[in-house]
Design a protein around this ligand. Structure first.
Ligand code: AR6
Length: 174
């Protein structure tokens, strides 16, 4: 493992990293929450580009340029809608992180920021989602020597505190 882990509180679209991850929907044509913020900041070229991607299944990931963002790339992934926990939500959320990280390595991306996928409109319980996010990313990084930095971008104070507590309880330096 080479990467350092970092927590950031604020708007992911402001980050000067190689790639930011978008918590999108299966159309990849924009929406509310972080998806809306990313489309607004990247500009209308993003929508034009994404029309050619043909959507994305839940748990999968696709890449686009960052257009007007400081980030060079956007990795669009589709988190599961929380349906009570018995509809494979945990595994699908894990797949979002894994498939995003696979695209990161494939595209030689060194620094990447993740939002708290599925924990907004899609209703995934925050502590449970954070545990999956942190454990999946760390396990992946343990077998990778290319990624240099992973940032968890927390939009609000509560999300930041849950990430902080999870990293501390897992004894992960950040
Ligand atoms: N930067 C970082 N995090 C943000 C930002 C931002 N600018 N804006 C919101 N968040 P959500 P989901 C946080 O709802 O639950 C969209 O309509 C937010 O506070 O954006 O995966 C899509 O098109 C929360 O912590 O994503 C889909 O239809 C986290 O990002 C649907 O929402 C995720 O909240 C996806 O829902």
């Amino acid at each position: 493992m080479k990467a350092i882990i970092s927590l950031y509180k604020g708007d992911i679209t402001k980050l000067n990293v190689d790639a930011i991850v978008n918590a999108a929907n299966r159309s990849l044509l924009g929406g509310g929450g972080v998806d809306g913020a990313i489309h607004r900041a990247a500009g209308s070229e993003l929508l034009e580009f994404n029309r050619k991607l043909g959507g994305c299944e839940t748990g999968e990931a696709k890449i686009s340029p960052g257009f007007k963002l400081p980030a060079k790339f956007i990795i669009h992934t589709v988190g599961p809608v929380w349906q009570g926990g018995n509809c494979n939500e945990d595994k699908l959320l894990e797949n979002c992180y894994l498939n995003s990280l696979r695209l990161t390595v494939k595209n030689n991306i060194k620094t990447i920021a993740f939002p708290a996928i599925s924990t907004g409109v899609y209703g995934f319980p925050l502590e449970r989602a954070t545990n999956i996010a942190v454990k999946t990313v760390i396990k992946f990084l343990e077998n990778d020597d290319t990624i240099e930095k992973v940032i968890f971008a927390c939009f609000d104070e509560r999300t930041y505190q849950v990430y902080e507590a999870t990293l501390e309880s897992e004894k992960i330096p950040f």
